[in-house]
Design a protein. Structure first.
Length: 404
């Protein structure tokens, strides 16, 4: 017996019913993105590791523990992308898109890689579809993006709570950071080892810690919303006003900070009560383009976790009829032409490759859930017709192939 192989841990095949759900999600999201006039961009799966280190942040879980990093033959550090935004920002600047138009709306779809402990809805290779808006500072862009998120949820019939928060900006966050750090020093005995370690470097990260004791410890922590400067406050208030006008239900979560360092002002997550985790997440990142060497460009975006949504959507019904062509006797040339005629008319056709009696063939037609059996024998050949059998009613009649 030969050696048998398995996919590496956390890497998975997508097929059958799962793939149908996968395609339903991606096509629904793509269709909505089209309606909002987003343009697709395909960026490489591999970038220089520093693209992610600089943007996502060294003190985050993603960069600190979850990235697949490897040297190329010249010893330069590359990384499999753990998320989509950093690469799109890199591409936005490298292709000088900012010089073409004052703003851009881009979307991407593809695999992402994170070295995490695999569990339900959490893999080492997973898929995201994400949207990014470059060049708009006004909160109506935030509101429209959140409306798009809520459209995705309702179109896919998924129940989720949209949580929002504001993380402020360069002006107001430093004072909040100080206040939060002071608070965290006070509750330090209740924090996990990671949080004690990271609170000095990045106290906001502690608010995002999943450890129960940490979550309890920060319940009474000072809130960023109480520290917002005038501009950030106005932005946040306007966003809420627009969301109400658009009838997008939301909940404010003052401890929502997200797992990436580049966010400013608006952050949001669609949280599934059923999974107890986020299924779509995003926010504003007004300084990132500039930090990457581009011109100052406010920006925002979100990413949809496809595998997470797959746990929540129903398998789609087949939206076409299947014809099963069954030749009996020496009629194959004619039968192949009939199949061709039907396919040219846009029908979905399976040709019976195996010989066997009518009973066996019809059993197989049922097995592949054919809607019609197209039976062709010597008589049909002579008359230039086929016997079309409706598999549901059992009704059958002779028809010309081009009349089907
Ligand atoms: P979590 O808190 O669940 O680890 P995250 O904050 O790391 O999520 P983001 O970086 O915001 O996730 O990615 C956006 C979405 O991508 C998530 O809301 C989730 O649906 C999905 N996602 C993230 N990591 C994974 C993974 N390892 N496997 C499958 N889906 C994932
Ligand atoms: Mg994560």
């Amino acid at each position: 017996m030969g050696e048998t192989f398995q996919a590496p841990r956390g890497f998975h095949d997508i097929l059958g019913s799962d793939l149908k759900k996968f395609r339903k999600i991606t096509s629904t999201v793509r269709d909505l993105l089209r309606r909002y006039n987003f343009e697709e961009i395909i960026t490489p799966v591999v970038e220089f590791a520093k693209v992610f280190e600089r943007s996502i942040g060294e003190a985050t879980d993603i960069v600190g523990k979850e990235m697949f990093v490897f040297p190329d033959r010249k010893g330069r550090l590359l990384a499999l992308r753990p998320e989509g935004t950093a690469g799109v920002v890199r591409a936005y600047i490298q292709n000088k898109l900012y010089a073409l138009r004052p703003y851009h709306k881009l979307f991407y779809e593809g695999p992402m890689f994170r070295y995490e402990r695999p569990q339900t809805g959490r893999y080492r290779q997973f898929h995201q579809i994400g949207a990014e808006v470059f060049g708009i500072a006004d909160p109506h862009a935030d509101a429209e993006l959140l409306k798009l998120v809520s459209d995705i949820l309702s179109e896919l019939n998924i129940e989720a709570v949209l949580e929002i928060n504001s993380l402020g900006c360069k002006v107001c966050r430093p004072a909040y950071r100080e206040a939060l750090l002071e608070f965290l020093q006070g509750v330090a005995p209740n924090l996990c080892k990671d949080c004690i370690d990271r609170k000095e470097r990045n106290p906001l990260r502690v608010l995002d810690c999943k450890v129960q004791t940490c979550q309890e410890a920060v319940r009474e922590a000072p809130k960023m919303v109480d520290f917002l400067c005038d501009d950030c406050r106005k932005h946040y208030e306007k966003l809420k006003e627009y969301l109400k006008a658009l009838e997008v239900p939301f909940r404010e979560n003052y401890n929502l900070v997200r797992g990436l360092d580049y966010y400013t002002r608006t952050v949001f997550e669609a949280v599934s009560p059923k999974l107890g985790s986020a299924i779509i997440a995003g926010g504003r990142y007004d300084y990132l383009v500039e930090e990457f060497g581009g011109p100052p460009t406010p920006a925002l975006g979100f990413a949809v976790g496809v595998e997470r949504l797959m746990l929540l959507v129903e398998e789609p019904q087949r939206d076409y009829e299947l014809f099963f062509v069954i030749p009996f006797g020496e009629v194959h040339a004619y039968a192949l032409k009939v199949a061709d005629t039907l396919r040219k008319k846009g029908k979905v056709v399976e040709f019976s490759y195996r010989r066997g009696g009518l009973k066996k063939q019809l059993e197989f037609a049922d097995k592949i859930r054919a809607d019609y059996a197209v039976i062709i024998g010597e008589d049909e050949l002579k008359e230039g017709v086929v016997t079309l059998k409706d598999m549901r009613t059992g009704e059958q009649k002779k028809v010309k192939p081009e009349e089907i």
